[in-house]
Design a protein around this ligand. Structure first.
Ligand code: OGA
Ligand code: MN
Length: 303
């Protein structure tokens, strides 16, 4: 008999976990059951968890070392560097810079050489309607490609670029300049083996500029196809938030998107912790991909 109750929320991914108070320290059995459920369902929803910052930090630490948000220092909680406030509340009298976080498909921190392993988001206030979050299963996205397409995508490395975060133009230009300077474009393999489950998943999203070695024209249709395929409705779980839902997701096998479909005069206030991932990928220089004109010149010079 297990310690926790796990109830599936979606066919592709998502499960709700009850029968546990996350303010209390986890025992080894519960921790193992949570990890098993998480590996199976990718997104776990823990309802009715009224955690304060320290309790959320303590619970998150069960799953690894916490990200201290050095990649985006402007948006962390000044009292707790492990916490990022994803909120449209005013901070210091100004609209929060994170009010449009996550508006296109992404996995957290893939624009760095240390993408987050997991993220935990706690809902503290929500608008009366809307503001759901979508999660797409990237194991299924890989597994449902044809065999030759799987072989092809295995050869691809994608260039992840912080400047493709949607809505950056609405943020403070100085902070955005810092963000870009700290985070030059980084290449990651498109197919990754999940270190804990051993399953292969795609690493995709809309913060990808193109593929290493390919022109923009060549990359765009491939990238669009892969993102569309991966976000097919049957691979997606849509989470409708309740206050005090803590949602824990695995960035190594899913991508997610925060819907903007709500009244921005109503508060949406979320508290995020992230688990540090493994070092991965390499920085690429701007303009490393060949351009059509230079290819034409190369052809002209040999003919
Ligand atoms: C995030 C994120 C989703 C949301 O915090 O990484 O993408 O719905 N948030 O706020
Ligand atoms: Mn995110």
């Amino acid at each position: 008999m297990g310690q926790i109750n796990v109830e599936q929320l979606g066919f592709a991914l998502g499960a709700q976990v009850t029968g546990i108070d996350l303010r209390q320290p986890l025992n080894d059995l519960s921790r193992k059951e949570i990890l098993d459920a998480w590996h199976r369902h990718l997104v776990l929803v823990f309802p009715d968890q009224d955690l304060d910052a320290n309790q959320q930090i303590a619970f998150s630490r069960n799953f690894g070392e916490l990200e201290r948000n050095d990649f985006q220092p402007h948006y962390r909680d000044p009292d707790h560097p492990e916490i990022l406030l994803v909120t449209n509340k005013h901070l210091n009298g100004k609209p929060s810079e994170t009010r449009n976080t996550g508006r296109n498909w992404h996995s957290d921190l893939t624009y760095t050489n240390r993408p987050a392993k997991a993220s935990l988001l706690l809902c503290k206030e929500r608008p009366p309607v809307g503001g759901d979050t979508l999660f797409a299963n990237l194991y299924l996205a890989y597994e449902t490609l044809s065999k030759p397409m799987r072989a092809f995508v295995e050869t691809l490395e994608a260039i992840h670029d912080v400047s493709l975060i949607k809505g950056l133009e609405k943020r403070d230009p100085q902070k955005v300049a810092d963000l870009k300077r700290t985070n030059p474009p980084v290449a990651h393999a498109v197919v990754k083996v999940h270190p804990e489950t051993g399953r292969k998943a795609l690493l995709l999203g809309q913060r990808i500029r193109g593929f290493v070695g390919y022109t923009e024209e060549e990359s765009a249709p491939i990238l669009n196809f892969l993102n569309e395929h991966a976000s097919s409705p049957e691979f997606v779980y849509r989470h409708r938030w309740s206050v005090n839902d803590l949602v824990m997701w695995d960035n190594r096998c899913l991508m997610h998107l925060a819907l903007p479909d709500f009244d921005q005069t109503k508060t949406r206030h979320m508290i995020r912790t992230s688990i540090l991932g493994e070092l991965s990928g390499y920085y690429v220089k701007d303009g490393e991909e060949p351009e059509k004109e230079s290819l034409m010149q190369a052809i002209a010079s040999v003919s």
